[in-house]
Design a protein around this ligand. Structure first.
Ligand code: ZN
Length: 552
């Protein structure tokens, strides 16, 4: 505190002589005796950094930086530990996940019986007739070899409507009471862009619904979150992300509530990562009318791209593919929006100066989305639109050439090969060489990012590095070895490329003087680590804007 005061006084005396107090200031903190990988090609390695307020003040050798230390400067000897720029998760759903962690049962469990037990426990504490909600269920991660059924849920929890989201977010599982409340019976037809699953033998509901059919439930599940709940959700997830070295994240499906929650959490000191808050296209008209566009905000909370969705999901096998899923010759996945709809919303956003981020996973979905972007640029060229392809999972040479020509940004899943290895067989070995295609992107000069898509994927940056470098799952199976990248490349993908994706490459993403003081201190050097143990490297500290957001 005394340091604060003296600095303010110091600044006060300078105010009269300079419009650029930052250049005149002395550092508050010096981190020295560190192994710093800066991601700044002009000065790739350093031993020490000086920090003034929320920015890097100087980067260099121990001697040079310590030389700047005046009276009252705090010094921290990092004992040779490795320092990287803070990680940027370029596509995730942290605000929504935070709320889910507050309110729902975490169903990331390894058997149906364990999931039912957890849901039953919650039901016992819930008044009869009220909803019991679960999330992060994964049909491929239980030992049972079959998905949850309506019968399982009816037997375990008969007196409450039960609704469990798949961790992918594109399918849900419900009991009979929930289906009745949602107005769905055996005869209800599939809505456009959605599926209500039936037992092929009996025609009865199986308990699973997919994509737009989830709306039946969303209409009847009470959304009784208070403004405070939203802020608490951001607070909770902030701590989870900071612990892993994340200092920035894109909120990939943002609503006005999310935007408000981020501002509330920033103002109360609870926001520990910088949020680039996408806005769901449903709110685009209202946002444009209010004069809002991409980039509005500050270094902590900024309005991001408008979010459109072209096709389904990889983890739940609804992405729209040109060749069918392995073992399901008639299953090509789902297109959620038509090309016309994407164009209509996209045009409105493009003309109003918004960045566009379209969810596109399968090669057909990506082709459709790129065609829309190409048309927008042809009809109304903008100098630097930075079109984003959210996920951009299954690609080919033609798509890569068009992504490069457009200057578009893919945000492929970073941890899927490692964490979701059991799902890779649905795509087959050959197709995997064209999925999460970082090698192809980087070779073509495309600035792809690190992206977890949490909750669907795990957000741990060290897991992302391992997954991208080894292309190996937890059981040791290699998927798509042609797409391996180096550790150094993976670090750039997870830092400076993420900054570029939000137009902030001059503000963050590397450790250089003048940039925001966002960094992570690791217990071991990932560049010297055995690639198959990268995930085990402990994060010791995380800093965002000169403040420690996590200390082990
Ligand atoms: Zn997403």
């Amino acid at each position: 505190m005394s340091n604060e005061t003296s600095r303010r006084e110091f600044l006060g005396t300078l105010a009269a002589v300079s419009l650029f107090p930052f250049e005149q200031e002395k550092p508050d903190l010096i981190l020295h005796n560190a192994n710093i990988f800066t991601v700044n090609s002009k000065e790739p390695r350093a031993q020490a950094v000086a920090i003034a307020r929320d920015r890097f003040f100087a980067v260099g050798s121990n001697a040079d930086v310590l030389n700047l230390a005046g009276a009252g400067v705090r010094k921290l000897d990092l004992g040779g530990k490795t320092v990287l720029p803070g990680f940027i998760d370029a596509h995730s759903h942290p605000a929504a996940a935070g709320l889910s962690h507050l309110r729902m049962v975490d169903c990331d469990l390894r058997s149906i019986s364990a999931i039912l037990a957890a849901m039953r426990e919650r039901a016992a504490k819930t008044p009869g007739g009220d909803w019991v909600l679960g999330f992060k269920y994964d049909d491929t991660k239980t030992d049972d070899g079959r998905p949850l059924s309506i019968g399982d849920l009816d037997a375990a929890i008969p007196d409450h409507p039960v609704h469990i989201q798949h961790r992918g977010g594109h399918t849900v599982y419900a009991n009979s009471l929930a289906f009745r409340k949602a107005g769905i019976d055996d005869k209800t037809p599939d809505p456009p862009g959605g599926q209500i699953a039936h037992d092929p033998a009996t025609g009865k509901l199986t308990g699973r619904v997919a994509e737009s059919a989830q709306a039946f439930f969303n209409k009847v599940i009470p959304e009784n979150f208070t403004r405070d709940d939203h802020r608490e959700g951001v607070k909770l997830i902030s701590k989870m992300l900071a612990k892993t070295g994340i200092t920035s994240a894109t909120e990939a499906q943002g609503s006005p509530e999310d935007l408000r929650a981020y501002q509330d959490a920033r103002d109360s000191g609870d926001l520990l990562y910088r949020a680039y808050c996408f806005i769901n296209f449903h709110y685009l008209d209202a946002m444009i009318e209010a004069g809002v566009r991409t980039g509005l905000g500050d270094e902590w909370v900024r309005v991001g791209a408008v979010k459109l969705v072209c096709d389904g999901s990889i983890s739940e096998r609804t992405a729209r593919l040109s060749k069918p899923y392995e073992g399901s010759p008639n299953d090509f996945g789902i297109l959620v929006m038509t090309e016309d709809e994407l164009y209509t919303h996209g045009r409105k956003a493009h003309l109003a100066g918004w960045q566009i981020g379209t969810h596109a996973n399968g090669d057909v979905g990506i082709d459709t989305t790129i065609r829309v972007y190409e048309r927008l640029q042809k009809e109304s060229p903008r100098t630097d639109p930075r079109f984003r392809l959210e996920h951009c999972t299954v690609v080919n040479d033609d798509l890569i050439a068009r992504i490069k020509a457009l200057g578009a940004i893919p945000t492929p899943f970073s941890t899927y090969v490692y964490y979701h290895g059991e799902k890779m067989r649905y795509y087959g070995a050959e197709r995997l060489n064209h999925m999460f295609a970082l090698r192809s992107f980087l070779d073509a000069g495309i600035r792809a990012t690190q992206a977890s898509d949490y909750p669907p994927g795990e957000f741990i940056p060290m897991m992302a590095l391992q997954s991208e470098v080894t292309r190996t799952d937890r059981k040791g199976t290699v998927w798509g070895p042609k797409q391996k990248i180096t550790v150094e490349e993976a670090i750039r993908v997870g830092t400076i490329n993420g900054a570029y994706a939000s137009y902030e490459e001059n503000l963050k993403g590397s450790i250089e003087a003048g940039k925001l003081a966002d960094l992570v201190v690791l217990a071991r050097d990932p560049l010297k680590e055995n690639p198959s143990t990268l995930v085990n490297i402990p994060v010791e500290r995380t800093m965002a804007g000169g403040r420690w957001t996590f200390e082990s």
